[in-house]
Design a binder for this molecule. Structure first.
Ligand code: MG
Length: 265
């Protein structure tokens, strides 16, 4: 899930560094979250309602002894976010039946032992167009381009710049109004993690081992503009072109970052 409104924090002071014990708890939360995402991917099929996916994934998370992080989060009326085609994020599961050729972003969070995991992927529904496949692939790869810069001593916007450069080099647009975020005992903690380099440099802390952040590119095939539907949740592209989303919660280490919502898919 991606927080809004977008307000950059002024410093790294409020970023919570996790202890090894906390990291262990976050690994557990992350693994359940990733398994829930993988399950959701197997459920995306023509004819299935988004509500049915929500229910099955929520039952899986609860069966693991965890709680879906988005359940009633700020009043969100379901357990996971399912965003189809021109829906970017925060889609509300309901009676909509998926159709062959749709692209389906499933964003999942799980809370267990006091810590959250948060991850997302966009799945194809049956056979999809080459254009839709490319959008999904570029969005996913932009995450990996970004976390290649997620090294202790680098700055946060080194991740942002890498995501942005990769996405824009493929002719796609980065959503500005919603961003990644720290994750821990709260689903959304400092810092905010934009997928582009903001015009001002405030809120660009150095990365330190023990930081846990969700990196989540939201990528539009057309323009960057988005709007929110009357349900006050679902974010859609202004131009109606399709969007994709990919996210993992990661740990900054003294070497390569560790994906806590593992395995990544
Ligand atoms: Mg998130």
């Amino acid at each position: 899930m991606a927080p809004n409104p977008f307000r950059l924090r002024a410093s790294a002071e409020r970023i919570i560094i996790k202890s090894p014990h906390e990291v262990e708890l976050m690994r557990r939360a992350g693994q359940i979250t990733a398994a829930a995402r993988a399950l959701a991917g197997t459920l995306v099929k023509p004819g299935v309602t988004t509500q049915a996916i929500d229910r099955e994934v929520a039952a899986f998370i609860r069966g693991q002894g965890a709680v879906p992080s988005f359940y009633h989060y700020n009043g969100f009326p379901a357990s996971i976010c399912i965003s189809v085609n021109e829906e970017v994020i925060h889609g509300i599961p309901g009676k909509r039946r998926l159709k062959e050729g749709d692209i389906v972003s499933v964003d999942v969070g799980a809370l267990i032992g006091g810590y959250h995991g948060d991850c997302c992927a966009t799945f194809p529904c049956g056979e999809i167009s080459p254009e839709a496949r490319d959008l999904i692939d570029v969005t996913r790869q932009s995450f990996f381009e970004g976390i290649a810069k997620a090294r202790e001593g680098n700055r946060l916007f080194d991740i942002s710049a890498a995501v942005q450069a990769y996405v824009e080099s493929h002719g796609y647009s980065i959503v500005r109004e919603y961003v990644g975020h720290g994750v821990g005992t709260h689903l959304h903690e400092p810092p905010e993690v934009p997928n582009y380099v903001p015009p001002r440099k405030a809120g660009n802390p150095r990365l330190l081992r023990g930081m846990t952040i969700a990196v989540e590119p939201m990528v539009n095939a057309g323009g960057a503009g988005v709007s929110v539907l009357d349900n006050k949740w679902t974010v859609v592209t202004k131009d109606g072109k399709w969007a994709a989303h990919y996210e993992n919660t990661i740990l900054i280490t003294d070497g390569e970052p560790e994906i806590l919502t593992a395995p990544a898919i």
